[in-house]
Design a protein around this ligand. Structure first.
Ligand SMILES: Nc1nc2c(ncn2[C@@H]2O[C@H](COP(=O)(O)OP(=O)(O)OP(=O)(O)O)[C@@H](O)[C@H]2O)c(=O)[nH]1
Ligand SMILES: [Mg+2]
Length: 404
């Protein structure tokens, strides 16, 4: 099974490219530039597509002029796997779960509406036109978005603001507890002997962390929170309410936050150690340079030059949230939905969930009923919120399927 059942578009390019050119329709091929025995151009036993057995012309006997060279048989059609994967992925659809976290009043709930309203979400969110109420408890909303036949089941978890208490000790516990609870839920399903073909995936694939626009640097509370969060989930920090900062202030603030993150070893998404190749490195380096994005949230539409735009109306004009000259909300949306959705899911499954799974299975080291039997005792709340001590390599497992 594939991780998250998604269609790993970016990864497919890597997976199926190397040795598919066993045959070619060209009657004459130039002499091989590779030394004899090189697996690339000297296939030792190509299959005859009709006989499903090694082709006779693959024997060590040199081909006589009357025997057509193997290349004449043409391609075997391996590239059609891509079409099969695409069709299957379109049938199954994708699940994607985002969480918004940050101090009270930074625009988290508004940002959820911004994401949905800006055509990521086709239907009207509830409460349109009325002020967003303060979020008092953690809650999730799910909608299925369909675009060009591709279905996305998007769940956004809104969390109450933290940090406004006199004692903010352990204010991260409910949020980390929720994230771990979703891992536990998945694990409990996964370890069943008779398990569902498709395990519902409520695991948080990305946590958008709202940094207050102080213009100074990260506060100790943000640092403590982020250090814990990054070990449990993919974190993308954003500078909230960026309209309160000038362009120069935004840039200087961003650089200071980046410096703070480095100093305190806070490994935000996209993590450098998971860049798979040079292309990943180039693309992700550009992103890392822009994160935290300076975002503005709005859930109302205004008419600007005959266009309906999402924005915040002020005395001096309208701040358009989808206009890159005004803020970097489009970069955030593109990262979450367009360019890195599958990667976020893969890292969640192969790294964060894997860490959780390894720790939980090691804890429940009871094997009383023969090899393979795991008696997994329910985790206590204390265990669920403890940070992970180590990381498991990405790519260990890639085998769940989505269907909804
Ligand atoms: N200037 C400015 N105001 C914003 C922005 N985003 C949201 N607001 C306003 O800030 C206020 C609080 O927004 P919410 O979205 O409720 O903030 P929240 O983070 O969900 O707050 P809690 O639920 O208390 O944690 C509302 O009046 C919003 O209209 C922004 O980008 N810029
Ligand atoms: Mg809220």
């Amino acid at each position: 099974m594939m991780c998250g059942g998604g269609w790993p578009a970016a990864k497919l390019k890597l997976g199926f490219r190397s040795e598919v050119s066993v045959g070619s329709s060209e009657p004459q091929r130039p002499p091989s530039p590779h030394p004899p025995g090189d697996r690339h151009l000297e296939p030792s036993a190509p299959m005859d597509p009709l006989r499903r057995s090694p082709s006779p012309c693959s024997s060590s006997r040199p081909s006589s002029p009357s025997t057509p060279p193997c290349e004449m048989l043409g391609p075997v059609g391996i590239e059609a796997v891509l079409d099969q994967l695409k069709i299957k992925a379109m049938k199954m659809g994708f699940e994607f779960n985002i969480m918004v976290v940050g101090q009270s009043g930074l625009g988290k709930s508004t940002m959820v509406n911004t994401l949905f309203k800006s055509k990521v979400w086709k239907s009207n969110p509830p409460g349109l036109g009325v002020p967003t109420p303060q979020t008092l408890q953690l809650h999730s909303v799910t909608h299925v978005i369909e675009e060009k036949g591709v279905k996305l089941k998007l769940t956004v978890t809104d969390t109450p603001g933290f940090g406004d208490q006199i004692n903010n000790d352990k204010c991260w516990d409910p949020i980390l507890g929720y994230i771990n609870e979703q891992y536990e839920r998945y694990l409990q399903e996964e370890i069943l002997i008779t398990r569902q073909r498709h395990i519902p995936d409520t695991r948080v694939h990305c946590c958008v962390y709202f940094v207050p626009p102080t213009g100074h640097c990260l506060r100790p509370l943000d640092i403590e929170f982020l250090q814990r969060l990054c070990q449990t989930v993919n974190v993308v920090p954003v500078i909230a309410r960026a309209d309160s900062l000038t362009m120069e202030e935004r840039e200087a603030f961003r650089r200071r936050i980046q410096q703070n993150l480095r100093t305190h070893c806070i490994d935000i998404y996209p993590q450098k150690c998971f860049d798979e190749d040079i292309n990943d490195k180039i693309l992700n380096s550009k992103l890392r340079d822009r994160i935290p994005f300076a975002v503005v949230g709005a859930d109302r539409e205004h008419l600007v030059d005959g266009r309906c735009v999402l924005g915040r109306k002020t005395k001096w004009g309208i701040i358009e949230v989808e206009n890159m000259a005004h803020c970097e909300f489009p970069l955030l949306r593109d990262l979450l939905i367009r360019s890195h959705l599958q990667d976020l899911k893969d890292i969640t499954h192969n790294v964060h969930y894997e860490n959780y799974r390894v720790i939980r299975l090691n804890e429940s080291h009871l094997l009383p009923r023969g090899p393979g039997w795991v008696n997994l005792a329910p985790a206590s709340p204390g265990q669920l919120t403890s940070p992970r001590p180590f990381k498991v390599c990405r790519g260990a497992h890639d085998d769940s399927e989505d269907e909804f």
